[in-house]
Design a protein around this ligand. Structure first.
Ligand code: S3P
Length: 454
């Protein structure tokens, strides 16, 4: 058997230039699911080609949804070279809000928690039985959080000791008022997807604001929905749904992917990175607030609105960094970027603290332990806490041999730290970035980094 590749990173290069980041992963999952239950055809441009979104696409195809690859994006054709952001133009034939009814289906969600959790809500309202399963890593993650609210809506769904596989028989849902304990967009989205086919009014209340992509996309599709940052109300069952983006949806670039480039520039003396067309949903912009609080120069230009989502061009420039404390309502707004806070903390003057973020232990790995172990091996003064970490900086980081913990965001965060470390760093699980950021290595190389997969 071939050994899994590692990432080899040489520290010291200045990170500078412009980069187009792949389409947003959260929006890509959603636009596929919503296009599948719209009335009519949707053409989707800029969909993320990452592995996790591929799971959602295959699942929908297995349920009979017709998806046709029409062409490469014109931006890519014109360049005449493979671009990291290369994304096909897809044509999806919507089957209507109840159009996923059919024979029993078993869906392999791989490592993708978003695929499993959102599909659980979607399928709870479709007339078909289903089994949602995944990798060993996915089986380790909590699933009762979707089962409990869906059961409160009358769904016949169950998890196995609170974990995948999640099995169910769809249909017969009734509206319910759901008060979520955790600020989770995935859980809220699962409820709203079920609510589309439930009888009567459903509501979701979040303990603090989360990414509201589902709400924005449903509003764009003329669904009977009202929402504010912490609560959403939907009247079901919906009779019909307009195709997202009026049938032409362009997925903006992923802020959670761009964040690796922003932090790479922020810790690189002389560094500066420009990333156009980033989705700046208010539930996703926490990392920019953190970068600013730590002293990095952040410029946001050319704000526009695309299919109800705020989009802008973002430039981040290096400056001396100072420590910060991140906690409370900022946590869900930066949830996927918090390992990068540890990296920033290692280069900042003073004590950087993360608190209220125990949820990080339930991601693709225990991200608190994983990032603390990796940066610790590089010489950072960092300690894990129950709900976060403490980093005393700055400390010069030294290249080391590191474990990627099978987690794309840990592999990429450690790669970013390695760019500003002395000497060479080797990180295992070098294929993992493709879970969410296809072309990560090539994109960094385009910005001057010395990084390769081997
Ligand atoms: C996501 C929501 C977040 C995030 C995940 C994607 C989404 O998860 O960490 O990467 O697309 O809704 P939680 O809702 O579990 O916090």
């Amino acid at each position: 058997m071939e050994a899994a590749p590692s990432l080899y990173v040489n520290g010291g290069a200045t990170i500078a230039g412009a980069a187009t980041v792949p389409g947003d992963k959260s929006l890509s999952h959603r636009v596929l699911m919503f296009a599948a239950i719209a009335d009519g055809r949707t053409e989707v441009r800029g969909l993320s080609t990452c592995r996790d979104v591929g799971r959602t696409l295959s699942a929908l195809e297995a349920m009979g949804v017709a998806v046709q690859t029409v062409a490469r994006s014109p931006e890519v054709d014109a360049e005449d070279k493979p671009s990291p952001a290369a994304a096909p133009l897809l044509r999806i034939e919507g089957r209507g809000p109840r159009g996923l009814a059919g024979p029993a289906v078993a869906v392999d969600c791989g490592d993708s928690g978003t695929t499993l959790r959102l599909l659980a809500g979607l399928l709870a309202g479709q007339d078909r039985t289903f089994v949602l399963f995944g990798s060993e890593a996915l089986r380790a993650r909590p699933m009762q959080r979707i089962v409990t609210p869906l059961r409160a809506m009358g769904a016949d769904v169950a998890a196995t000791d609170g974990r995948a596989p999640v099995v169910g028989a769809g249909g017969g849902l009734r509206g319910a008022d759901i008060l979520l304990e955790k600020a989770s967009a995935q859980v809220g989205s699962a409820v709203l997807l079920g609510a589309l086919n439930a009888d009567g009014q459903s509501s979701v209340r979040y303990p603090s604001a989360v990414r509201d992509h589902t709400e924005r996309m449903l509003a764009d599709m003329d669904a009977p929905l009202r929402w504010s940052p912490r609560s959403s109300v939907l009247h079901g069952p919906v009779a019909g749904l307009a195709p997202p983006g009026d049938g032409h949806y362009h997925v903006p670039s992923d802020p959670s992917g761009a964040a690796f480039l922003w932090v790479a520039a922020a810790i690189s003396p002389g560094g500066e990175v420009h990333t156009p067309g980033i989705c700046l949903n208010p539930g996703r912009d926490g990392i920019l607030e953190i970068l600013r609080a730590m002293g990095a120069v952040v410029a946001i230009d050319d704000w526009r609105v695309a299919h109800g989502e705020p989009v802008a061009d973002v430039t981040v420039r290096h400056a001396p960094l100072r420590a910060t404390r991140v906690a409370g309502t900022l946590i869900p707004r930066a949830i996927d970027e918090l390992p990068l806070l540890a990296v920033l903390g290692a280069f900042a003057t003073g004590r950087t603290v993360l608190a209220d973020a125990a949820e990080l232990r339930a991601k693709e790995s225990d991200r608190i332990e994983a990032i603390v172990a990796g940066l610790g091996r590089m010489g950072a003064h960092i300690e894990a806490r129950r709900d976060g970490f403490v980093v005393d900086g700055p400390t010069p980081l030294i290249g080391a041999k590191l474990a990627g913990h099978g987690d794309h965001r840990i592999v990429m965060s450690l790669a970013v730290a390695s760019l500003a470390a002395a000497g060479e760093t080797v990180i295992s699980d070098g294929n993992r970035p493709a879970d969410s950021f296809p072309g990560f290595v090539e994109t960094l190389r385009g910005l001057g980094a010395e990084i390769r997969r081997a």
